[in-house]
Write a protein that binds this ligand. Structure first.
Ligand code: FMN
Length: 309
């Protein structure tokens, strides 16, 4: 997830039980121009494997050469293609979900990237279509399969839906029936119950968790336990949640090597973590200004004490 799933956050998800990790989406143009920020997006630890780098763009040639460069340079376990991003800045340049409106372009991009990085595997992420009148996930997935993409993740919303409404697991299930490659289902998995239900209802080979991880990264452990038939661990206490947040900050500071910068870049993460915590609004005002780990500990100390009264 863009702006969220950097190396530090992914490490936390992995420790909680996530199996397969992917970078946030990286612009093929950024790689082409050796953009400085792109290096940060491509950074991953060996312990994250199996790890994929996700690329987006609307130009098949640039995507193919970007994918080849990334493969030679970083050697991820797979390249993932983003055909799902709904953001205007991306779609207006024919990237992300815009490709779902032009299946000839989808085929051209996927084929070019598969050929460029062979024998390394290429996977793809799609939405179910552009809008309610043009749901074409089965067709898209069949094209991807035909050109050699080895796994497809389907987010059960159209581009038009953005992140609103509900994911359509009926369409995800239909895609899983229609193609021979593994299909990963994505959309609104917030816990073990959702996971078990979707695995029972559909023939997906795996599940992808997005937003729930931003707020409750331990969700991976809960899902894992449920899938293994074990007792599902409960939600951590407020004090335990704060310990996890401190640890995230500590690792972010270590990675970035600059506490002030790291803590500023953590603010959006802190907002996400604080969702659902008691007295959330007041807390969020304070988190929005935090510049050091000691200041955060002080805020948390007051918060936990206040919540116990
Ligand atoms: C802030 C944010 C950034 C995202 N960035 C990406 C991205 O870079 N690549 C991608 O494939 N999906 C991205 N997504 C979409 C999620 O991967 C996922 O498909 C979507 O949130 C639906 O799953 P969920 O209901 O579990 O959140 C992003 C979502 C959010 C909220």
């Amino acid at each position: 997830m863009a702006g969220v799933t950097n190396r530090v956050f992914r490490g936390i998800c992995k420790a909680w039980g996530a199996d397969v990790l992917t970078s946030e989406f990286v612009s093929a143009e950024g790689i082409f121009h050796r953009n400085k920020r792109t290096e940060e997006y491509l950074d991953f630890a060996e312990a994250e494997r199996p790890f994929g780098i996700q690329l987006f763009g609307g130009d098949a040639g640039h995507l193919a050469s970007g994918a080849k460069l990334v493969m030679d340079w970083k050697a991820p376990d797979f390249i993932d293609l983003n055909f799902g991003c709904p953001v205007n800045k991306v779609v207006s340049k024919f990237g992300g979900s815009a490709v779902l409106r032009d299946l000839r372009l989808l085929e051209k991009i996927a084929r070019a990237v598969v050929d460029a990085v062979a024998p390394a595997p290429v996977t793809a992420k799609i939405r179910i279509g552009w809008d309610a009148g043009s749901v074409n996930a089965i067709e898209s997935a069949k094209i991807l399969e035909q050109v050699g993409v080895q796994r497809v993740a389907v987010h059960g919303r159209t581009k038009d839906q953005g992140y609103g409404g509900e994911a359509d697991w009926g369409v995800i299930g239909a895609v899983a029936e229609a193609v021979g490659i593994p299909v990963v289902g994505n959309g609104d998995i917030a816990g073990a119950e959702d996971a078990l239900l979707r695995l029972k209802e559909t023939r997906v080979a795996g599940l992808m968790v997005g937003r729930a991880a931003m707020n409750r990264p331990w969700v991976f452990g809960q899902i894992r336990a449920a899938m293994g038939g074990e007792e599902v661990p409960g939600e951590p206490s407020l004090a335990e949640r704060w310990e996890g947040i401190f640890e995230h900050c500590r690792r972010e500071i270590e990675w970035r090597g600059d506490e002030n910068f790291a803590m500023r870049s953590m603010r959006a993460r802190l907002m996400a973590y604080s969702r659902g915590m008691p007295s959330g609004r007041h807390l969020r005002d304070e988190l929005g200004k935090v510049v050091s780990l000691s200041a955060l500990r002080e805020i948390a100390g007051r918060h936990v004490a206040g919540s116990e009264v």
